[in-house]
Design a protein around this ligand. Structure first.
Ligand code: SF4
Length: 363
């Protein structure tokens, strides 16, 4: 196995970029410890230290009404379903302010269904009201898919939508909606979703307007290793162009309450989760942060992932609904003290950050 990795190790040691074949070789390996060691080496080689970042953040969803019907989704509802909801800007702002009384989060992360019954003003209004109520809080709102949806609703360009939202208080975009870029997979799991070119155009436009963004990959369903690698290399190419991705977050597919559960799909394994983190770190040599999203992989596995190339455990994540709807059992609130303990017991230095990775506190 060491022999298989020798040329890759050599490239990492000399700072040479890994290619598609290297990515597939890494994905096909079952030598987890070697993968972790290589990924940690790459992370340190590229300037990473012992710091592990987390943020105090609140998760909000404005509406779960969605027209798209992705097959992996357990969150979306149609307008007529009993548990469908669409909150007004005032309701959402009041909720956020009440939560802020309890926990002084520095970021709100908000993603939604693609609701066909609202307009761009619905989205801009909530940003304005939140900015007025909580001016210090960074608003990380709306995936590229939602931005594209708004541009369709409004009949305008991605840039025009982003301009309206930025003026209303938008700080950055979350990375959702990427799923897997390969056409074959997209047709199978998310046939109603926009073409990946639209996803990239939104991020490209945002970066050029000075709006940082995040990026993701949804793995553990029908994709091949080659399609995972292709996805990562497309993200890397975009980052070469515009440099605005703050972090990459691999998202493990949770089949519960989706059509995939009825077809016998299972949760990803710990081995695959760790492999995904390691290979992401190795291939994405230009994206500074790789998150081990504890809400999805569980805190113990996220702790191990810190030795497989991850340098961020996301955040305190008050109230998350999307992975919970699909069967995540990790709970939805990690208090700061608990996160600090997990990071310290992994032998690393906990650093609380803001959305833009400015250090707020270290232990
Ligand atoms: S993943 Fe997003 S776009 Fe797809 S059905 Fe669910 S809420 Fe709608």
């Amino acid at each position: 196995m060491l022999e298989t990795f020798a040329p890759i190790r050599e490239k990492i040691a000399t700072g040479e970029r890994l290619d598609f074949e290297d990515g597939v070789t890494l994905m096909e390996s079952d030598d987890l410890l070697a993968l972790g060691e290589l990924a940690d080496l790459a992370r340190r080689q590229r300037g990473g230290g012992d710091e592990v970042f987390f943020i105090q953040n609140l998760y909000l969803n404005q509406t779960n009404v969605c027209r798209v019907k992705c097959k992996f989704c357990a969150f979306a509802k149609t307008q007529k379903q009993e548990d469908a909801y669409t909150l007004t800007a005032d309701e959402l702002a009041a909720d956020a302010v009440a939560m802020y009384e309890h926990t002084k989060f520095t970021e709100i992360h908000c993603v939604n269904g693609e609701n066909p019954h609202v307009d761009l003003e619905f989205y801009a209004d909530v940003l304005r009201k939140l900015k007025a109520a909580l001016p210090e809080v960074h608003l990380k709102f709306y995936t590229a898919s939602e931005i594209h949806h708004m541009s369709k609703l409004e009949g305008c360009s991605h840039e025009e939508v982003l301009r309206v939202l930025k003026d209303a208080g938008l700080g950055s975009l979350p990375g959702g909606g990427a799923e897997i870029f390969a056409d074959r997979v997209r047709k199978l799991i998310a046939p109603g979703k926009e073409h990946p070119d639209e996803w990239f155009d939104v991020h490209d436009t945002a970066h050029r307007m000075g709006i940082p963004t995040h990026c993701t990959l949804l793995y553990g369903h029908v994709e091949t290793y080659e399609e995972r690698v292709d996805h990562l290399l497309r993200l890397r190419a975009q980052q070469d162009e515009t440099g605005g991705f703050l972090a990459f977050i691999p998202l493990a597919f949770h089949p519960e309450n989706t059509v995939f559960e009825r077809r016998g799909f299972k949760f990803t394994t710990g081995a695959d989760d760790l492999k995904m983190i390691a290979v992401s770190r190795l291939l994405l040599d230009n994206i500074p942060n790789v998150k081990a999203y504890w809400i999805m992989m569980g805190m113990p596995m996220a702790q191990v992932a810190l030795h497989f190339g991850a340098n961020d455990v996301q955040g305190t994540v008050v109230r998350e609904q999307i992975f919970q709807a699909a069967g995540a059992t990790s709970g939805t609130e990690q208090k700061v003290g608990e996160l600090v303990r997990f990071v310290q017991e992994a032998g690393r230095t906990p650093v609380q950050r803001d959305t833009l990775y400015n250090e707020l506190r270290r232990w």
